[in-house]
Design a protein around this ligand. Structure first.
Ligand code: A3P
Length: 307
């Protein structure tokens, strides 16, 4: 089946077109197994994102929210002070690609897991059942910039122009990005109690509000006592870009490899600038207008916009 799917080369990845999305070739067999075999538990929380849109941050926040019973967010012993968020929450797509999905069965409830697959490729029991899905999206212009810096770690001669073109063309891992975002947007409109849709830029503007929303959605709202103790602010601080980037475990040379066997990345690769608007330092006004125009047209009439 995989060999019969349309194939494209995207800089460092071989892609296959599977059910309307360009997936890294090595994900496709695992995605099929995921779709057929995964059985969600009602208290599972699936963290979903397009690559480079805030996955690491969302993983940290969700982990900190869920771990409150065992670890106060301000605790010096908190796991997020010694582990990269990717080492705290398993990455479904790579786990299934490696044929190691039995590991997910062994996780205690409530499970936290993440995926870069679009909503339409999630197993039917996830999209119709009781488990929760949290999605984070980001201005595609900043995503392109972040993606380029990330991919350059593996392919230093990759040009920004080339990266920009394959994003505009849609032939990028898990792309087209607009279809990915729309798949979750539509699901969040149809099933707001099961799918939470977050924006990276909103999270930057209102960290505390975003943490409260996430906690409520996860069924773990902050109690008045936790509010009074400043635990919301402590989660924001624990998961802040500067705080996480400054940890020994996330510094260059700290070793480790996350994001899968195919393209392992050092942990520091997940912390670059952590801001909105860096696209202006990389794109010409014409490039920005072109990508904005494509995205605007694709999102027209959906109620979603990147402003
Ligand atoms: P930049 O490259 O623009 O800095 P992902 O986790 O999906 O791979 O996304 C990575 C992007 O999120 C990078 O963006 C990274 O710097 C940013 N990021 C990582 N941790 C963050 C945090 N705690 N707060 C805000 N941004 C964060």
């Amino acid at each position: 089946l995989v060999a019969a799917l349309p194939r494209r080369q995207q800089s460092i990845l071989e892609l296959r077109l599977y059910q309307g999305f360009w997936l890294p070739e090595h994900w496709v067999p695992g995605t099929i197994v995921f779709q057929r075999r995964f059985s969600p538990r009602p208290d599972d929380v699936v963290l979903a994102s397009y690559p480079k849109c805030g996955t690491t941050w969302l993983k940290a926040l969700a982990f900190a929210v869920a771990a409150r019973g065992a670890y106060l967010p301000a605790s010096p012993a908190h796991p997020l002070r010694r582990l990269n968020p990717h080492d705290c929450i398993p990455f479904i797509d790579e786990i299934f690609a490696a044929g190691e999905h039995g590991k997910l069965e062994l996780l205690p409830s409530p499970r936290l897991m993440n995926t870069h697959l679009p909503y339409t490729l999630l197993p039917e029991p996830v999209t119709t059942g009781g488990c929760r899905v949290v999605y984070v999206c980001r201005d595609p212009k900043d995503m392109v910039v972040s993606l380029w810096h990330f991919l350059r770690r593996a392919k230093p001669d990759l040009s920004f122009a080339e990266t920009f073109e394959f994003v505009c063309d849609g032939t990028v891992a898990a792309g087209p990005v607009w279809d990915h975002v729309l798949s979750y947007w539509r699901a969040s409109v149809a099933r707001p109690d099961r799918v939470l849709f977050l924006k990276y830029e909103d999270m930057l503007c209102d960290g505390a509000g975003s943490v409260r929303r996430l906690a409520e959605f996860m069924g773990r709202p902050f109690s008045p006592a936790e509010e009074a103790a400043g635990d919301v602010a402590a989660v924001v601080e624990l998961c802040s870009f500067d705080g996480m980037k400054g940890l020994e475990v996330n510094k260059p040379g700290a070793g480790g490899g996350t994001a899968g066997r195919y393209r392992p990345m050092p942990r520091d690769a997940f912390f670059r600038k952590g801001i909105a608007g860096d696209w202006a330092n990389h794109m010409t006004p014409e490039m920005a207008a072109r990508l904005d125009g494509i995205v605007r047209e694709k999102l027209l009439g959906t109620g979603l916009a990147f402003t």
